[in-house]
Design a protein around this ligand. Structure first.
Ligand code: FVH
Length: 292
């Protein structure tokens, strides 16, 4: 089995280390607060007092710290960088596409193979067959250790050799999740001021979900294909959406709901209508999300 040097024993780091140990790998672990690394010895890990000792003589170094600032503060120390040379560094700290690319360039420049990862799960799901962890960077190294990566999440996948690709996908998927969560906050504010029982709302939402899912699928396909003009297959024009949106805006205004979320919706409708797109498809709003 593979010997792994692991930096980080927080909630996620602990879940990752325990899963690696359960799958027969040897893990040397360092954590800023040493007690958390020591706790992992009960599961077969070896606790190390410094990061350079944790990643010395291993096949793979895996990092899962709070952020890239914390990670860089360790990885860029000469003793740690030297210990990494000729090995594979797998970064499982959450980051942006920019930090992924910058770290990939730093690693490559120092003779370190690099994979930038994005964990699309909470610690309790690590090791499950349905768990997704995305990787980007060195394809040969992903393929060499694919079985190890798959033990952390059965749906794990290699995205591309662009070091930033995994984090870009992570942020896009999180954006769609936050859209749903903030939409739920808006909806529950309406149910609250209109004194609608939350469970009643949940029941009718579930019955409406196929309509929401179909509209989301149609939007994503239209944006992909550039079919954003109104056509015979348009489900609802911007004008139709905007007319219904104003009912929400009236509730927000009249019932004292925080307008932050509805203002965001309104700003996109107003921008598109100001440019004469009222009869175009909702997909036309995508043009107002990214400067041409
Ligand atoms: N928890 C989750 O569901 C998400 C799922 C998606 C991926 N994230 C990312 O994983 C990274 C770690 O998150 P976490 O939930 O494990 O966070 P904590 O339990 O707070 O552990 C943080 C570890 O980082 C160490 N640390 C913090 N600051 C420093 C520093 N300046 N120098 C060295 N180490 C530092 C901390 O050490 P300690 O406090 O125990 O001494 C923990 O080991 C994160 O990127 C999530 O976005 C998790």
């Amino acid at each position: 089995m593979t010997t792994i040097g692991f930096l980080g024993a927080g909630r996620m780091g602990t879940a990752l280390v325990r899963t690696l140990l359960q799958n027969g790998h040897q893990v040397q672990v360092w954590n800023r607060t040493a007690e958390k690394a020591e706790a992992l010895t009960a599961f077969g890990a070896t606790a190390k007092p410094t990061p350079e000792e944790a990643i010395g003589g291993v096949d793979i170094a895996i990092v899962n710290l709070l952020d890239y600032a914390a990670s860089d503060a360790q990885l860029r120390r000469p003793a740690v960088t030297e210990a990494l040379k000729g090995n594979l560094l797998v970064q499982l700290t959450s980051g942006s596409p920019m930090t992924g690319r910058e770290t990939g360039e730093w690693a490559t420049g120092n003779g370190i193979a690099y994979l930038d990862g994005a964990i699309m799960a909470t610690p309790d799901l690590i090791g499950d067959p349905g768990t997704l962890v995305l990787y980007s960077g060195s394809r040969p190294q992903f393929e060499q250790y694919q079985a190890l990566f798959m033990c952390l999440g059965g749906k794990s996948a290699f995205v591309s050799e662009d070091f930033g690709a995994a984090s870009a996908l992570d942020s896009a998927i999180l954006a769609q999740m936050w859209g749903t969560l903030f939409g739920a906050l808006q909806a529950l504010a309406v149910t609250r001021v209109e004194k609608i029982d939350p469970d009643t709302y949940a029941t009718f939402l579930k019955q409406s979900q196929p309509v929401i899912d179909a509209a989301t699928k149609d939007l994503m396909q239209r944006v992909r294909d550039g079919r954003d003009r109104g056509d015979e297959a348009t489900l609802a024009s911007i004008a139709a959406h905007n007319a219904a949106f104003h009912h929400l805006r009236d509730i927000v205004r009249d019932r004292g709901i925080n307008p932050a979320i509805s203002d965001a919706f309104g700003s996109l409708f107003e921008a598109a209508i100001a440019k004469g797109h009222q009869e175009d498809d909702f997909a036309m709003l995508a043009r107002f999300m990214v400067a041409a």
